[in-house]
Design a protein around this ligand. Structure first.
Ligand SMILES: *Cc1c(COP(=O)(O)O)cnc(C)c1O
Length: 400
């Protein structure tokens, strides 16, 4: 049967009916180990009892009221996020790209109210991904996502990845902010060295620039710390969150210091859905678990176990795997075969992975993943490698 969905995705011929923790059950009744988590979204796995309870309880009370009224659930989540981070204020959105959009607007408005309306330009990094709105695709700079959509938005200057000299050179009298991912997710799990992050913070301070961190993928515990910036011992001025924030319920946010947010007064920004009672109830329930005793330690420990196993897998398959990347449960296998083949082979082993740029297969399991599941994923990856190697061999034979 043909689909009525606009064909912007090349979908696998596979649908899921339900999920349990780190497992997905297909409509055909087959069990898949979910190391994609809906692209780093289902941070507590599927059907988490605490999340289900919070969401169903709220669903029976009130779903939506608009931001013309106080929303106690959003107040609570905002306060908790501010207390757990560098931020003083939080604005809730429905997605990551909206969070980025709000972050960009906030940075521009900051310089405007500081008497420098000319400082609207933002420096970004090659390989970045910030979402799909016009501002976000311009910031991301991927030509594939820009082609055909009219003139690029004015005000973004892109520099090569992790090139401090180029970054310094790109700062001019109109520069107002630097926007980066501490670890590029869609870009292929490429981490900016921690020393660079520190230097970038320093550059921002020297030039009066705002540091905007896109933690849409790295945030909410994914790297083993609540936020990836903690690894570098720095703080941003503005940060975008989404993906894991709602545990599968659409929820994003941008967080700001009081100083960086000083231009965002009544009427300067808005959203109909953002921060509604249902979404922020989900967010609070997610945070209950992530901030629970030992939870982030568990993420770090599972990340270490998985990464160690991946490194051993790479050592056994040097012709197939070039590199293992990432931190916590944000890991990548840089493949020497087309990544689509690798991900398809994993799926045939009933292991869900997510492809990224730079020929990388991402492993983004739910943060609640256990030791047995990590070990099972490693076994399935071993089988995946054998499958891909077998195929590669048979290709060669055909080529001969
Ligand atoms: C996914 C992602 C976005 C965009 O989020 P959406 O919810 O798809 O709009 C932005 N930045 C990063 C780093 C992401 O990984």
């Amino acid at each position: 049967m043909s689909s009525s969905l606009l064909p912007t995705y090349a979908r696998a011929k596979l649908a899921f009916e339900r999920g349990e923790g780190a497992w997905l059950i297909s409509t055909a009744g087959e069990r898949f180990l979910d190391f994609g988590a809906g692209i780093a979204v289902s941070s507590l796995g599927h059907n988490h009892p605490h999340l289900v309870k919070a969401l169903t309880a709220q669903a029976r009370k009130l779903w939506h009221v608009s931001n013309l009224f106080e929303i106690p659930q959003a107040e609570l989540l905002g306060r908790r996020l501010a207390e757990a981070s560098f931020a003083d204020f939080v604005f809730f959105t429905n997605s990551g790209t909206e969070a980025i959009e709000g972050a960009i607007k906030t940075a521009r408005k900051y310089h405007f109210v500081s008497g420098h309306p000319e400082k609207f330009r933002i420096v970004t990094m090659q390989g970045a991904f910030h979402g799909r709105t016009l501002a976000a695709v311009t910031a991301g700079g991927n030509p594939k996502y820009l082609e055909g959509f009219g003139p690029k938005l004015e005000g973004f200057d892109q520099v090569p990845f992790a090139d401090l000299a180029a970054l310094r050179a790109a700062i001019g009298p109109q520069t107002g902010a630097i926007l980066i991912e501490a670890i590029q997710g869609e870009g292929g799990i490429r981490a900016i060295p921690l020393a660079h992050l520190k230097a970038i913070r320093q550059l921002c301070d020297e030039h009066g620039l705002l540091l905007i961190l896109d933690e849409v993928q790295t945030g909410m515990g994914r790297t083993g710390k609540l936020f990836a910036y903690e690894h570098a011992g720095i703080t941003p001025d503005i940060m975008a969150l989404a993906k894991g924030l709602g545990g599968g319920f659409p929820l994003g946010a941008f967080l700001v210091t009081a100083e960086a947010g000083k231009g965002m007064s009544v009427g300067t920004h808005g959203t109909t859905f953002g921060g509604n009672p249902l979404a922020t109830s989900a967010g609070n329930a997610v945070l209950d678990v992530i901030l629970g005793d030992g939870f982030l330690g568990h993420v770090a420990a599972m990340g270490k176990r998985l990464k160690q196993g991946l490194i051993e897998l790479k050592d056994r398959n040097p012709g197939l795997i070039a590199e293992i990347r990432g931190e916590g449960l944000l890991l990548g296998i840089a493949a020497r075969v087309p990544v689509q083949d690798f991900v398809a082979a994993a799926l045939a082993e009933k292991l869900v992975l997510i492809p990224a740029a730079d020929n990388v297969a991402r492993l983004l399991p739910p943060l609640i993943v256990g030791e047995a599941e990590v070990d099972e994923a490693l076994r399935r990856l071993e089988a995946t490698a054998a499958r891909v190697a077998g195929k590669a061999l048979s290709h060669e034979r055909v080529a001969e």
